[in-house]
Design a protein around this ligand. Structure first.
Ligand SMILES: Cc1ncc(COP(=O)(O)O)c(C=O)c1O
Length: 370
């Protein structure tokens, strides 16, 4: 179900495509729903999911803090009105100069997962609060992270214990259960691991930062926030969440136009539908078909049949879905619109700046409704 503001905006079929349109009011609603499910928790919006200033300003006004991966993201947050003390530098591979720049901007909370990074934080962000990211099971997520980030529990304890001698404050433990994580039990397991790390490191009333990962109902239902809150449970901690996708996905629609519908006899029994946006114009999360956006074809209905949607570039990878079943009206023609729904997260921020001459994805924001 799209917001009235998004539907009203999309009712004008004359705008050049492709584009992403965002409704910040939907983000605020999702923030409120999450805050209600996790009373007392601090919610840090993961800026990378959709760094548009209108989204950031709406979240500042709603009371959110921010998880920023780079000095540029920190600047976006402070430009939107966020206080630096509400920003966590959550990317453990940010590098020394970025750590220094975040510190200069007033950030005093850093996530780490390696002794090398801890040394950099000590050198370039002296006296800061440190959270250690611990490796957890992230199976069940559409885009796992553990292959790249996270210290083992034993190494995480060592990192926390090493803080004091470096003049840093061991504050708590964080993990990321993988993005689009549909199993509440994964959070329960992550929380148990994180609490054990905090206990072994001797932390009193630690920050327990359960990261992002909360899922969105793209093509199938997912457990609601309350089920994840029940899995997390109640503990003597300062609870923090870092949602990205779950706050912004449903606030956006990516409108494309059909460039061509081709039959490919001898190659595929399905029609191929080439759109004017693909893997490089915001649909990066179709890689490995990780995210299956719901599709709709405004103005076209009637009998439908299987299609392979593909992007406009000359790259062989620029095919959205080969395995994920897609069915579009048989009447679909070049020039028709295909809307990708729940596309507010990880789209505009992932779009290439000019691959094959296709520019970055334009973003519109709906006018505020009375
Ligand atoms: C450190 C961190 N926190 C939070 C998030 C947000 O994750 P999600 O969009 O799955 O909620 C990410 C995503 O990359 C992340 O890297």
């Amino acid at each position: 179900m799209l917001s009235d503001a998004l539907e009203n905006f999309l009712a004008d079929r004359g705008r050049p495509t492709p584009f992403l349109v965002l409704d910040p009011a939907v983000v605020v609603d999702r923030y409120a729903a999450l805050a209600a499910a996790f009373p007392g928790a601090e919610i840090l919006y993961a800026v990378k999911a959709c760094p548009h200033p209108a989204v950031l300003r709406a979240l500042v006004a709603a009371g959110a803090g921010f998880d920023a991966a780079s000095p540029a993201e920190v600047a976006l947050c402070t430009d939107a009105g966020a206080a630096p003390e509400r920003i966590c530098a959550g990317n453990p591979v940010r590098g020394a100069s970025a750590t220094a720049a975040c510190h200069t901007a007033g950030v005093r909370r850093f996530v780490t997962d390696s002794p090398e990074d801890l040394d950099e934080i000590a050198a370039h962000a002296p006296g800061s609060d440190v959270l250690v990211r611990v490796l957890v099971d992230d199976s069940g997520s559409a885009t796992p992270f553990s292959g790249k980030f996270g210290a083992t529990p034993a190494a995480a304890v060592d990192l926390l214990r090493a803080c004091a001698s470096r003049g840093l404050v061991a504050t708590g433990v964080t993990f990321h259960a993988g993005s689009q994580q549909t199993r509440p039990a994964t959070y329960a397991a992550g929380v148990a691991t994180a609490l054990e790390v905090a206990r072994e490191a001797g932390l009193h009333r630690p920050v327990l930062d359960i990261g992002g990962g909360l899922p969105v109902a793209y093509r199938s239902e997912v457990p609601g926030f309350a089920e994840f809150a029940a899995a997390v449970g109640e503990h003597d901690v300062r609870l923090v969440l870092e949602p990205g996708r779950a706050l912004v996905a449903e606030a956006g629609v990516l409108r494309t136009s059909v460039l061509r519908v081709s039959r490919r006899p001898g190659v595929d029994h399905r029609r191929w539908v080439y759109l004017d946006a693909g893997r490089y114009q915001g649909l990066a999360e179709t890689e490995n078909e990780a995210i299956g956006y719901p599709l709709r074809t405004p103005g076209r209905d009637g009998p439908a049949g299987p299609v392979v949607p593909a992007g406009p570039t000359c790259d062989g990878d620029d095919v959205l879905y080969r395995r994920t079943p897609c069915s579009l009206p048989l009447s679909l023609r070049a020039g028709d619109h295909v809307d990708l729904l729940a596309a507010g997260a990880y789209t505009a921020s992932y779009a290439s700046v000019g691959f094959n001459g296709f520019g970055p994805l334009p973003v519109h924001v709906v006018p505020a409704q009375d």
